[in-house]
Design a protein around this ligand. Structure first.
Ligand code: RUB
Length: 329
């Protein structure tokens, strides 16, 4: 394997993320860290520079899969910042240890978040969900372990129907589930105690980026007086937004919305398929993290504490390498 050769496992993990075989922000972060671990373990780079270049190239390949879930660059940053050492073996050991530590911390953060979120749920509460969020499920799981009865109105979440995954998992947790089409949400909002959704990214102003349909649900919930709670580990906080950058919203293929024959039968139309939307902080009652529960407007303080004022992009290739025969040789 020469410099910039990607391990087969990196290609496989990247393809699975792009095809949504691996999906959801936490699972994407976990898979990305595992991909870097495998690249490090299998690398036959002969020099430290070549090893570092391979790992950076692997990170760039993973980054190009899906643009919105900030857990992906945050995971890559965590691992690459631990890629220290003067020899290939030390670099390998530290990178593998960094990836393993990241994955352990991710699991622990979700369990801790689950305990915080479960405190909001009372015995007999009914929630409404959108899409499939493992952070949301962690809250319900803990509430169930505490012996609380919970029921759920589950939105199917067109076009990919992730609501069915949520429904299946909730049934396993002993939750009474009612599946509805997305457009029926408003009708049921009077009957639920909380809207509980996950996040792909949280911006510095407290905006929540999550599956398309979340913002409309939040506006309707506010209109009905139903609290909107976002379950999001701190890995979902987007440090780039502290300096004014916007979160890129992924658009996916129109075939997820309508197949070609049906589209052609209709005539000359455009089809748009944005995968996520932005819910302004004024429609969000609380963001539940492993560090406690926050009003959305205060999340920037936590962001500064965790990331400082500036964030690095450690996957970028250092410039002089080609000119002076560095990494690329
Ligand atoms: C998934 C989605 C989820 C968040 C949070 O979208 O919007 O709500 O990623 O999930 P997609 P988690 O199916 O397009 O990836 O709490 O598991 O990180």
């Amino acid at each position: 394997m020469g410099a910039h050769d990607l391990d087969a496992s990196v290609e496989r993990i990247a393809a699975d993320i792009a095809a949504m075989e691996t999906r959801g922000a936490a699972a994407i972060a976990d898979a990305a860290a595992d991909a870097l671990r495998q690249q490090a373990e299998h690398s036959d780079a002969e020099t430290p520079d070549a090893f570092r270049a391979e790992l950076r190239a692997a990170a760039r390949r993973l980054l190009e899969t899906r643009p919105t879930a900030v857990s992906l660059p945050n995971a890559l940053r965590y691992v690459l910042q631990r890629m220290n050492g003067d020899s290939v073996e030390t670099l390998r050991r530290n990178t593998v240890a960094g990836a393993e530590e990241f994955r352990t911390r991710l699991d622990r953060a979700q369990a801790d978040l689950g305990r915080v979120g479960a405190n909001r749920l009372r015995d007999g509460d009914r929630i409404m969900t959108h899409c499939h969020s493992t952070d949301v499920l962690a809250c319900v799981e803990t509430a169930r372990e505490q012996g609380k009865e919970v029921s759920a109105i589950v939105k199917e979440t067109r076009p990919r129907n992730q609501g069915r995954l949520t429904a299946e998992r909730l049934v396993e947790l002993g939750v009474d589930v009612t599946l509805i089409v997305d457009s029926a949400a408003r009708r049921y909002l009077n009957d639920v105690d909380h809207v509980l959704v996950g996040a792909d990214a949280i911006a510095a102003d407290g905006s929540v980026i999550n599956k398309i349909g979340t913002s409309g649900l939040a506006v309707n919930a506010r209109d009905r007086g139903t609290p909107i709670v976002v379950a999001a580990q701190t890995i979902k906080l987007d440090p780039d937004t502290m300096t004014g950058n916007l979160v890129e919203i992924e658009t996916r293929d129109e075939s997820e919305v309508i197949d070609r024959p049906d589209r052609e039968a209709i005539g000359d139309i455009s089809v748009e398929n944005p995968a996520f939307d932005v819910t302004p902080p004024r429609y969000v009652d609380a963001i539940v993290t492993e560090r406690g529960q926050f009003p959305p407007e205060s999340i920037v303080a936590l962001m500064r504490e965790l990331f400082g004022e500036a964030v690095a992009d450690p996957w970028i290739e250092s410039r002089p390498s080609t000119e002076f025969g560095g990494d690329e040789q």
